[in-house]
Write a protein that binds this ligand. Structure first.
Ligand SMILES: Cc1cc2nc3c(=O)[nH]c(=O)nc-3n(C[C@H](O)[C@H](O)[C@H](O)COP(=O)(O)OP(=O)(O)OC[C@H]3O[C@@H](n4cnc5c(N)ncnc54)[C@H](O)[C@@H]3O)c2cc1C
Length: 505
């Protein structure tokens, strides 16, 4: 059994793990990939956003441009900046904790038009794959805690949707992680077994090491192994909208198309902070930054700590050989040799339209282009990024039954792609808690392209902290806590963190 390296390494932009004697890399991130420029940031792009499939489905929903009051209130107890799943859930738990306090939610554009409204629709709790990376960075106990937290986040999300009959295309079933290369399968096996041997819970994961059996079960021709466990897919905008409607009914004031430009001290004894917007100012006691990828534009102390990066999602209508009784029944993480990954959400119980996200091999060219044109780091108006789409075409043609020779009629096959902005965290885990040196300003952001498996516990956790409760009461891994030492360490970390963590023999 191989041992991991030393604890405490800063490996935020690590996208995979390997062993010294291997040329292959096991991907550990659903959507992240490394950066050379962590300093870039920006406010949400105004105009020209590409429309995700989720946003296309709700064009006549009045929540998109909702303003609860015509004018911005001059005061509120709490101002929440951002109407994605984080801001919306923070408002929900704030209402439960302090029903009488007033809340304004500010959103720069349409309701929930950031990452939540543009993602690939997976809530896939990582149950072993990240373990190698997080053990190396934070030690066994925290790494196991992260895996447990992802499982409880998924359970909380599913329980909420079922308990409230939320119409959001929920699918619950087996997600499959499928390595497409012998070396990747070998690293995956080592990481999995190490996690198991250290007491990680794996009895809910079905493992197949025989490639022929893996190919049969997964329906992916070149599969070398297959790991299966329970996860979900959903329509993320509809879920968030359901929660926000309830928030509004209980008194939240939502103000879309309102950009928070700065947060300053009022200097008065009544309200501590004033949030400056393009439509006026709101004085308040408490501010919540639910701004994920855009956090550093508003809060400069987060520069180099939370960094925006565009990723693509492709919408594809499968060939007839994969429709009807032969439709795909699982979601996937397909693990490629160079640390790349396709995430596949086939919307098994709804329309069968397939969403291809993840860090596919073509993402590297997109990343390189953004490095040369950093102003595009917040560009969620991208489409037709051919390098990314071409990789999806090759994958489906080589690996999925009936795709290569399919004759596609109009309305079938590759439809279009959109971009969304990921909030990369410099150490790969979110920031939850009070902003150091700014009492009354709180944050839950930097979800590193994996927020759907984190926010359903991180947002209520933040509200507990706002209520003066201990970190322990949140149940969150300690490494998610924001503090000045963590920020200082990340800001002074080497300019270019390593891209791959080598697990020592
Ligand atoms: C293409 C893509 C695919 C993804 N796929 C998955 C997946 O399958 N599974 C998964 O777990 N995660 C996925 N993610 C990541 C996931 O979507 C995010 O982690 C999660 O949605 C973050 O939620 P949030 O509410 O914190 O941020 P967001 O949803 O981005 O919300 C932040 C909001 O704040 C607003 N805002 C920012 N600054 C200001 C300001 N100054 N004033 C006013 N408003 C402001 C923004 O407009 C935005 O609406 C994906 C992300 C992308 C981009």
């Amino acid at each position: 059994m191989k041992e991991p390296g030393s604890v405490g390494t800063i490996i935020g932009s690590v996208t995979g793990v390997t062993f010294p004697d291997s040329s292959a890399v096991l991907n550990v991130e659903e959507h992240a990939s490394s950066l050379s420029n962590w300093e870039r940031t920006g406010f949400p792009k105004q105009g020209g956003q590409s429309l995700s499939y989720w946003l296309q489905q709700v064009r006549c929903d009045p929540l998109l441009d909702h303003r609860t009051t015509q004018n911005l209130p001059a005061q509120a107890d709490t101002v929440i900046i951002g109407s994605g799943i984080t801001g919306t859930l923070v408002a929900k738990h704030h209402l439960q904790t302090w029903p009488d306090k007033s809340i304004v939610v500010l959103e720069a554009r349409e309701f929930c038009s950031g990452a939540t409204g543009r993602n690939a629709g997976h809530c896939k709790p990582d149950q072993w794959r990240h373990f190698g990376k997080f053990e190396k960075a934070y030690g066994q106990e925290q790494a196991i805690k992260i895996m447990k937290n992802e499982a409880s986040t998924w359970r909380a999300l599913v329980a909420y949707i079922k308990g409230n009959n939320v119409d959001c295309d929920l699918w619950v079933g087996e997600t499959l992680d499928v390595p497409l290369d012998d070396e990747v399968a070998k690293i995956a096996k080592e990481v999995f077994e190490r996690y198991e041997n250290l007491g990680g819970k794996v009895d809910h994961i079905k493992v197949i090491h025989d490639p022929a059996e893996a190919a049969k079960v997964s329906r992916i021709k070149n599969a070398k192994a297959c790991y299966a466990w329970q996860a979900s897919t959903l329509q993320p905008w509809k879920l968030t909208a359901h929660i926000m409607r309830d928030d509004i009914e209980k008194g939240v004031n939502l103000q879309t198309y309102t950009i928070a430009q700065a947060v300053n001290e009022t200097g008065s004894s009544t309200r501590k902070w004033v949030v400056q917007t393009d439509r006026g100012a709101i004085a308040c006691d408490t501010v919540v930054h639910a701004t994920n990828a855009y956090s550093a534009a508003l809060e400069p102390s987060l520069k180099g700590v939370i960094t925006p990066k565009p990723h693509m999602c492709n919408k594809v209508l499968p060939p007839r050989a994969l429709c009807g009784s032969k439709a795909i029944q699982n979601s996937y993480g397909v693990l490629l040799p160079d640390g790349a990954l396709f995430s596949i959400n086939p919307r098994c119980t709804t329309d069968g339209i397939m969403m291809f996200g993840g860090s596919n091999p073509g993402q590297k060219q997109l990343d390189a282009w953004v490095e040369r044109h950093p102003e595009h780091c917040i560009d969620d108006g991208l489409s037709r990024v051919e390098n990314v789409t071409e990789c999806v075409r090759e994958f489906v043609s080589d690996n999925l039954e009936g795709w290569k020779d399919a004759e596609f009629g109009p309305g079938e096959g590759f439809d279009y792609s959109w971009s969304g902005i990921i909030g990369l965290s410099a150490d790969g885990v979110p920031f939850v808690g009070e902003l150091p040196g700014k009492p009354g300003q709180w944050i839950c952001a930097g979800h590193h392209g994996h927020g759907m498996a984190r926010i359903f516990t991180a947002a209520p956790g933040l509200v507990k902290l706002m209520n003066g409760e201990s970190w322990g009461s949140t149940g969150l891994p300690e490494v998610y806590q924001i503090n000045s030492e963590r920020l200082r360490r990340l800001r002074t970390a080497s300019e270019q963190p390593p891209k791959v963590a080598t697990l020592n023999p």
